[in-house]
Design a protein around this ligand. Structure first.
Ligand code: OOG
Ligand code: MG
Length: 254
């Protein structure tokens, strides 16, 4: 840790304000030197502010789960953020895009935790269901420009998520993934997620142990994007995973 408690609280507040106001801020790394421990402490303080407003943690999400993205960011471990209930959009529902800064959408795989995860539990054994999902990311940093510490502090750009119909836990290796944003399609594969999305669970295990993140029954785990993120514009967004079904929402500009 390199920051003191007051700085952690101040930077969490800065990020929280950026999200609430829908106004971007400069990279924190431009003016502060801080490490990943500080970054996770800022993220925890940021979540604390949301919880004070009555929001609830509803899951976790992984980022940088493709080798290309890790290399691009110069990191060797995945990053983890928290999902909250207030940012969940119902499958087939409407997302108000006006509150975001510069939202993007990603096709993802979601796992569901059937029980609280203890220190010695096998995480895969705690998962009872899998579903196609969509994640809305919206970096609070200007132009999506950030260091790995910045993005962890910013709760890994988490801004919204949609989960499709749950299916019993099964292998989702090597499945074609399609993301359609207002008629324009991007195609990828679940193999982009650490070779096999189930590996997201072991990667998550390592990070939560190191960062003191608690995993609870009912949590949604977003395994990471299966394609590059696509800019979110008003209209219908559909994600589908071969053999698993599809998930959608409509973005509207109020
Ligand atoms: C960080 C979030 C990345 C993913 O699935 O890789 C992420 C970002 O690129 O803004 O959610
Ligand atoms: Mg994501």
């Amino acid at each position: 840790m390199t920051l003191v408690q007051e700085e952690i609280a101040e930077l969490a507040l800065r990020l929280d304000d950026a999200q609430v106001d829908g106004a971007d801020i400069a990279s924190l790394a431009d003016s502060y030197q801080f490490d990943l421990d500080d970054a996770y402490a800022i993220q925890a303080a940021l979540l604390g502010l949301r919880q004070q407003r009555g929001d609830l943690v509803s899951g976790v999400k992984l980022g940088f789960t493709s080798v290309a993205k890790m290399e691009q960011m110069g990191v060797s471990e995945v990053i983890v953020g928290r999902l909250t209930a207030a940012t969940r959009i119902a499958d087939g529902g409407v997302a108000d895009l006006s509150g975001y800064i510069h939202p993007k959408v990603e096709p993802e795989i979601a796992f569901r935790l059937a029980r609280d995860v203890g220190d010695d539990d096998d995480l895969e054994a705690c998962v009872d269901a899998v579903a196609p999902a969509l994640e809305i990311i919206d970096s609070r940093y200007r132009d999506f420009r950030f260091t790995v510490q910045d993005v962890v502090a910013d709760n890994t750009s988490a801004a919204g998520y949609v989960v499709g119909p749950w299916q019993p836990m099964q292998s989702v290796r090597d499945r074609t993934v399609r993301l359609t944003v207002v008629g324009s399609e991007t195609v990828g594969s679940t193999s982009a997620i650490l070779g096999d999305p189930v590996r997201a669970l072991s990667a998550l295990r390592t990070v939560v142990a190191r960062r003191g993140i608690v995993l609870r029954a009912g949590y949604v785990v977003l395994a990471g994007a299966a394609t590059a993120a696509v800019s979110l514009v008003p209209g219908r967004v559909v994600g589908s995973v071969d053999g698993l079904g599809s998930v959608s929402f409509t973005g509207c500009a109020r």
